[in-house]
Design a protein around this ligand. Structure first.
Ligand code: SAM
Ligand code: SF4
Length: 499
């Protein structure tokens, strides 16, 4: 048989039997009527009910759809402030004060789909198309390692030129990078992927290549809007996308990440969709919900008219509220705020319980190693709100009392999937993370920080170590001794030690 054309390849992507096996009596888990009914019955929630719901969340229990719908309709200023304070408290209980840092690495922008809001869509003839060679990807990773990054998310368009084999090859290329730094050496220790939905067989290829988390956003859970936004290509199949994470889990990737693109449809509806998604994953995979949830807002994209003219664009206030509600609804799930948002807003939203953010972000192909203008429209997917360097972001977080974590230990010690969920729910993972966050922050300060950031960072590390010594969890715990030994070794230039 000859080589398939691009169209034949695209027509062959969706495997219906890999959708049907997860349906319940032919139905998917997005129950439109139930969502609308929860939303309409909770338009004016009672104060006492809201305070009870906040308490439930503070005891680190996932909320029910009815409870989430009630939170989504809170307008009272005082209650909103209570919710915001509880969101931060929940995050502290589960994740302490650390923020995990990563950077996106765009590997390809060829695409067979036509998402109306995306600069990479097939019919956008303005876009300069490119598929980085594994060598070019390696160069990008080298540039990122030199900035101090340890964790990446590799991003791909959907196309036969950037299929699962290409993804596996580029993941391997990234892991091969090893660069000398000021005091030690640096490498990328975790490669996550954001790409189109794959089949179970293709997911196994990524698992073998050592993928961390597989991330895919449903964009909107409202099916008619989904169909309108994704007119052609494999992405037009709503259910193929809806069950992506189920297939990834079946293939052995037990860290999966969900998200919705806010601005396509009513934001309250899509928050409910994310909750239903988390619940279905927990139900089908022994309590393992999504590792993280993302809530990107629609940004202007070149030659993608829908990115700027939609009736559902989300205001800053509504955005902050929806992030708060998500934090309270799925208290043990990581939450990612990206450089799509402006620095001032990102700073506020981080305080609502986010656990991860990106820094020194560039979303053009080859943009880290080739040093062209970061906001060149025809080379990137959309326009970024925050292009600050990693050092600036780390310093700002430290000023807020938050420690930037470059830790990837959980994943490499097998603390993933059901194991990490159990540890997160009981707060133990936060303890390991605190120790590892300090170790990786020590490395980072010594290898990459500016003198200004170093000064603020040292004070923060000292405070963290004091807290560790005072925490009853570590008293008489052999972990403490081990930590102290590792801290001395890392300070002496040894790298990549973790507990
Ligand atoms: N092609 C894959 C897909 O669609 O799943 C993965 C890469 S795509 C570049 C990653 C995500 O970018 C999409 O899932 C979408 O949510 C987001 N995105 C696309 N256009 C955007 C825009 N104009 N503003 C903000 N985010 C956008
Ligand atoms: Fe392609 Fe993803 Fe952009 Fe859609 S969002 S056009 S699938 S790159």
């Amino acid at each position: 048989m000859g080589k398939k054309s691009v169209q034949e390849w695209a027509d062959d992507v969706v495997k219906n039997d890999e959708i049907d096996r997860y349906l319940d009596s032919g139905k998917d888990f997005i129950d439109h009527e139930a969502i609308e009914s929860h939303l309409s019955q909770n338009q004016n929630p009672d104060k006492i009910k809201i305070r009870d719901i906040i308490q439930k969340s503070l005891s680190i229990q996932r909320l029910d759809p009815d409870e989430t719908a009630a939170l989504l309709h809170v307008r009272d200023k005082e209650l909103r402030e209570e919710m915001a304070a509880a969101a931060l408290e929940v995050k502290r209980k589960v994740y302490d004060n650390r923020i995990v840092i990563f950077a996106p690495l765009y590997c390809s922008n060829v695409c067979v789909n036509n998402c109306l809001y995306c600069g990479f869509r097939k019919d956008n003839t303005h876009e300069k198309r490119r598929v980085l060679t594994p060598d070019e990807v390696r160069k990008e990773a080298q540039a990122l390692v030199k900035m101090g990054h340890k964790r990446l998310i590799a991003v791909y368009g959907e196309h036969p030129l950037s299929d699962a084999d290409y993804m596996a090859e580029t993941i391997k290329a990234i892991y091969e990078v090893n660069e000398k730094t000021r005091k030690g050496t640096g490498s990328i220790r975790r490669v996550n992927v954001n790409a189109a939905p794959l089949s179970i067989e293709d997911f196994k290829k990524l698992w073998k290549a050592g993928i961390g988390t597989f991330q895919v956003f449903q964009e909107t859970y409202h099916r008619p809007t989904y169909q309108k936004m994704h007119p052609t290509g494999p992405k037009s199949d709503y259910r193929w996308r809806l069950y992506t994470h189920h297939r990834a889990m079946e293939a052995g990737i037990d860290d999966v990440a969900i998200g919705a693109l806010f601005g396509l449809y009513r934001w309250r509806y899509d928050v409910m969709g994310l909750l239903y998604h988390a619940i279905d994953l927990e139900e089908k995979f022994d309590g393992i919900g999504p590792h993280t949830v993302s809530f990107p807002r629609l940004m202007p994209a070149d030659n993608a008219p829908y990115s700027e003219h939609t009736e559902h664009l989300v205001s800053d206030d509504d955005f902050k509220h929806l992030v708060t509600v998500l934090r309270l609804s799925i208290p043990y799930t990581g939450m990612i705020i990206t450089a799509r948002e402006r620095p001032e807003l990102r700073k506020e939203v981080i305080k609502l319980g986010c656990t991860q953010t990106d820094a020194s972000t560039r979303i053009g192909l080859g943009a880290y190693s080739e040093q062209y203008d970061r906001q060149e429209k025809d080379r990137q997917q959309f326009v970024l709100g925050d292009t600050r360097e990693l050092d600036d972001v780390v310093r700002e977080l430290a000023e807020l009392g938050m420690i930037s974590s470059f830790c990837t230990a959980g994943y490499r010690c097998g603390r993933t999937g059901d194991k990490i969920m159990g540890l997160l729910k009981c707060g133990t993972e936060g303890k390991f993370c605190k120790l590892n966050a300090v170790l990786t922050f020590r490395e980072w300060l010594d290898d990459f920080s500016s003198p200004e950031t170093q000064k603020i960072g040292e004070a923060l590390i000292k405070k963290e170590i004091d807290e560790i010594h005072k925490d009853p969890f570590f008293a008489n715990n052999p972990l403490l001794k081990e930590f102290e030994e590792y801290y001395t070794r890392v300070s002496g230039g040894e790298r990549d030690l973790f507990l």
